[in-house]
Unconditional design. Structure first.
Length: 205
Protein backbone atom coordinates (compact mmCIF):
# COMPACT_ATOMS: atom_id res chain seq x y z
CA UNK A 1 0.00 0.00 0.00
CA UNK A 2 1.32 3.46 -0.88
CA UNK A 3 0.13 5.86 1.80
CA UNK A 4 1.31 8.97 -0.04
CA UNK A 5 1.75 10.92 3.18
CA UNK A 6 4.71 12.99 4.26
CA UNK A 7 5.19 12.50 7.98
CA UNK A 8 7.51 14.87 9.85
CA UNK A 9 8.86 13.68 13.18
CA UNK A 10 10.87 16.27 15.04
CA UNK A 11 12.07 16.15 18.59
CA UNK A 12 14.83 16.36 21.13
CA UNK A 13 17.98 14.21 21.19
CA UNK A 14 17.32 10.57 22.16
CA UNK A 15 13.57 11.15 22.51
CA UNK A 16 12.67 7.93 20.67
CA UNK A 17 11.79 9.75 17.42
CA UNK A 18 14.15 7.51 15.42
CA UNK A 19 12.64 4.29 16.73
CA UNK A 20 9.11 5.54 16.09
CA UNK A 21 10.03 6.66 12.57
CA UNK A 22 11.54 3.26 11.75
CA UNK A 23 8.40 1.50 12.97
CA UNK A 24 6.20 3.77 10.85
CA UNK A 25 8.41 3.14 7.82
CA UNK A 26 8.19 -0.62 8.33
CA UNK A 27 4.49 -0.88 9.04
CA UNK A 28 3.26 1.59 6.42
CA UNK A 29 5.95 0.72 3.82
CA UNK A 30 7.24 4.26 3.40
CA UNK A 31 10.88 5.26 2.98
CA UNK A 32 12.51 6.76 6.07
CA UNK A 33 15.26 9.34 6.33
CA UNK A 34 17.00 9.90 9.66
CA UNK A 35 18.15 13.46 8.90
CA UNK A 36 20.34 13.53 12.03
CA UNK A 37 22.62 11.09 10.21
CA UNK A 38 23.33 13.72 7.53
CA UNK A 39 24.58 16.15 10.17
CA UNK A 40 26.43 13.34 11.90
CA UNK A 41 28.22 12.46 8.67
CA UNK A 42 29.28 16.08 8.18
CA UNK A 43 30.38 16.24 11.85
CA UNK A 44 32.36 13.02 11.41
CA UNK A 45 34.19 14.47 8.39
CA UNK A 46 34.93 17.69 10.26
CA UNK A 47 36.57 15.65 13.03
CA UNK A 48 38.79 14.20 10.29
CA UNK A 49 39.79 17.71 9.23
CA UNK A 50 37.42 18.20 6.28
CA UNK A 51 35.83 21.62 5.79
CA UNK A 52 32.14 21.44 6.90
CA UNK A 53 30.71 23.10 3.81
CA UNK A 54 32.61 20.90 1.36
CA UNK A 55 31.65 17.82 3.42
CA UNK A 56 27.97 18.84 3.17
CA UNK A 57 28.19 19.59 -0.54
CA UNK A 58 29.75 16.20 -1.31
CA UNK A 59 27.46 14.11 0.85
CA UNK A 60 27.25 10.48 -0.23
CA UNK A 61 24.22 8.53 0.93
CA UNK A 62 26.15 5.21 0.93
CA UNK A 63 28.44 6.53 3.70
CA UNK A 64 25.52 7.01 6.08
CA UNK A 65 25.26 3.30 6.81
CA UNK A 66 28.88 2.28 7.02
CA UNK A 67 30.49 4.78 9.38
CA UNK A 68 30.13 4.77 13.16
CA UNK A 69 28.11 7.94 13.53
CA UNK A 70 26.53 7.28 16.92
CA UNK A 71 29.41 8.23 19.25
CA UNK A 72 29.11 11.20 21.65
CA UNK A 73 31.97 12.97 19.83
CA UNK A 74 30.12 12.73 16.54
CA UNK A 75 26.81 13.81 18.18
CA UNK A 76 28.47 16.96 19.44
CA UNK A 77 30.24 17.66 16.16
CA UNK A 78 26.90 17.19 14.33
CA UNK A 79 25.18 19.69 16.59
CA UNK A 80 28.06 22.17 16.03
CA UNK A 81 28.02 21.91 12.22
CA UNK A 82 24.22 22.18 12.30
CA UNK A 83 24.61 25.85 13.30
CA UNK A 84 26.25 26.62 9.95
CA UNK A 85 23.70 28.05 7.44
CA UNK A 86 25.75 26.93 4.40
CA UNK A 87 25.84 23.34 5.71
CA UNK A 88 22.08 23.42 6.27
CA UNK A 89 21.47 24.81 2.78
CA UNK A 90 23.38 21.91 1.17
CA UNK A 91 21.53 19.30 3.25
CA UNK A 92 18.13 20.88 2.62
CA UNK A 93 18.09 19.83 -1.01
CA UNK A 94 18.94 16.20 -0.21
CA UNK A 95 16.10 16.07 2.34
CA UNK A 96 13.51 17.74 0.09
CA UNK A 97 14.38 15.35 -2.76
CA UNK A 98 13.86 12.43 -0.42
CA UNK A 99 10.50 13.80 0.76
CA UNK A 100 9.23 14.33 -2.77
CA UNK A 101 8.85 10.60 -3.47
CA UNK A 102 5.34 9.88 -4.78
CA UNK A 103 4.54 7.14 -2.24
CA UNK A 104 5.21 9.37 0.76
CA UNK A 105 8.05 9.45 3.27
CA UNK A 106 8.83 9.75 6.94
CA UNK A 107 11.65 12.07 7.97
CA UNK A 108 12.89 12.61 11.48
CA UNK A 109 15.00 15.50 12.72
CA UNK A 110 14.73 18.95 14.26
CA UNK A 111 13.34 21.22 11.53
CA UNK A 112 11.33 18.86 9.31
CA UNK A 113 7.90 20.28 10.16
CA UNK A 114 9.12 23.88 10.26
CA UNK A 115 11.61 24.19 7.36
CA UNK A 116 12.18 21.03 5.30
CA UNK A 117 8.56 19.93 4.85
CA UNK A 118 6.33 22.74 6.13
CA UNK A 119 3.47 21.16 4.14
CA UNK A 120 3.88 17.70 5.67
CA UNK A 121 0.53 15.92 6.09
CA UNK A 122 1.24 15.00 9.71
CA UNK A 123 3.75 16.54 12.11
CA UNK A 124 4.86 15.20 15.46
CA UNK A 125 7.18 16.67 18.06
CA UNK A 126 8.52 13.99 20.38
CA UNK A 127 10.30 14.65 23.63
CA UNK A 128 10.96 13.26 27.11
CA UNK A 129 12.73 14.51 30.25
CA UNK A 130 16.54 14.84 29.90
CA UNK A 131 17.08 12.18 32.57
CA UNK A 132 14.90 9.59 30.82
CA UNK A 133 16.47 10.32 27.44
CA UNK A 134 19.96 10.02 28.90
CA UNK A 135 19.05 6.64 30.44
CA UNK A 136 17.79 5.37 27.08
CA UNK A 137 20.81 6.65 25.14
CA UNK A 138 23.21 5.32 27.82
CA UNK A 139 21.74 1.81 27.47
CA UNK A 140 21.84 2.04 23.68
CA UNK A 141 25.50 3.11 23.63
CA UNK A 142 26.49 0.42 26.15
CA UNK A 143 24.72 -2.12 23.93
CA UNK A 144 26.79 -0.90 20.98
CA UNK A 145 29.94 -1.55 23.00
CA UNK A 146 30.84 2.09 23.81
CA UNK A 147 32.49 2.74 27.15
CA UNK A 148 30.89 5.88 28.59
CA UNK A 149 29.43 7.23 31.85
CA UNK A 150 25.78 8.12 32.42
CA UNK A 151 26.83 11.64 33.54
CA UNK A 152 28.60 12.29 30.25
CA UNK A 153 25.58 11.13 28.26
CA UNK A 154 23.25 13.38 30.29
CA UNK A 155 25.57 16.40 29.94
CA UNK A 156 25.93 15.85 26.20
CA UNK A 157 22.14 15.65 25.72
CA UNK A 158 21.57 18.85 27.72
CA UNK A 159 24.28 20.73 25.83
CA UNK A 160 22.89 19.57 22.51
CA UNK A 161 19.29 20.56 23.41
CA UNK A 162 20.57 23.99 24.37
CA UNK A 163 22.62 24.44 21.17
CA UNK A 164 19.97 22.99 18.85
CA UNK A 165 17.16 25.11 20.23
CA UNK A 166 19.10 28.37 20.49
CA UNK A 167 20.84 28.48 17.12
CA UNK A 168 19.76 31.23 14.72
CA UNK A 169 19.26 28.99 11.68
CA UNK A 170 16.30 26.56 11.77
CA UNK A 171 16.29 26.05 15.54
CA UNK A 172 14.65 23.02 17.07
CA UNK A 173 11.11 24.17 17.79
CA UNK A 174 7.75 22.41 17.43
CA UNK A 175 5.85 23.50 14.31
CA UNK A 176 2.66 25.33 15.29
CA UNK A 177 0.62 22.46 13.84
CA UNK A 178 2.72 19.65 15.34
CA UNK A 179 1.20 17.08 17.68
CA UNK A 180 3.39 17.05 20.78
CA UNK A 181 4.08 13.80 22.61
CA UNK A 182 6.01 13.54 25.87
CA UNK A 183 7.29 9.96 26.02
CA UNK A 184 8.80 10.13 29.54
CA UNK A 185 6.19 7.77 31.01
CA UNK A 186 5.42 5.78 27.89
CA UNK A 187 6.86 2.64 26.36
CA UNK A 188 7.87 2.69 22.71
CA UNK A 189 4.83 0.52 21.93
CA UNK A 190 2.50 2.99 23.64
CA UNK A 191 4.02 5.88 21.71
CA UNK A 192 3.74 3.96 18.46
CA UNK A 193 0.12 3.07 19.19
CA UNK A 194 -0.89 6.71 19.64
CA UNK A 195 1.11 7.82 16.60
CA UNK A 196 -0.35 5.12 14.35
CA UNK A 197 -3.92 5.96 15.46
CA UNK A 198 -3.32 9.52 14.26
CA UNK A 199 -1.88 8.30 10.94
CA UNK A 200 -4.77 5.87 10.44
CA UNK A 201 -7.37 8.54 11.08
CA UNK A 202 -5.60 10.83 8.58
CA UNK A 203 -5.64 8.01 6.01
CA UNK A 204 -9.38 7.48 6.52
CA UNK A 205 -10.19 11.16 5.90
O1 LIG B 1 18.75 13.36 15.51
P1 LIG B 1 20.24 13.28 15.94
O2 LIG B 1 20.40 13.29 17.44
O3 LIG B 1 20.94 12.15 15.31
O4 LIG B 1 20.92 14.64 15.38
C1 LIG B 1 22.27 14.98 15.55
C2 LIG B 1 22.44 16.49 15.47
O5 LIG B 1 22.18 16.93 14.14
C3 LIG B 1 21.49 17.30 16.33
O6 LIG B 1 22.02 17.52 17.63
C4 LIG B 1 21.29 18.58 15.57
C5 LIG B 1 21.50 18.19 14.14
N1 LIG B 1 20.25 18.08 13.37
C6 LIG B 1 19.68 19.24 12.89
O7 LIG B 1 20.17 20.32 13.18
N2 LIG B 1 18.58 19.19 12.08
C7 LIG B 1 18.02 18.01 11.78
N3 LIG B 1 16.94 17.98 10.98
C8 LIG B 1 18.55 16.80 12.30
C9 LIG B 1 19.66 16.88 13.11
Amino acid sequence: MKIGLIIAIDGTAASGKGTISKKIAQNYSVPHLDTGLLYRLVGYKVLQGVDPVSAASQLRADELKVLDLKTLRVSNAASEVAKNPAVRAHLLEFQRDFASKPGGAVLDGRDIGTVICPNAHIKFFITASPDIRAQRRYKELLGLGHSISFENVLREIQERDERDSNRKQSPMVPAVDAIKIDTSDMTINEVYESVSKIIDSKLEN
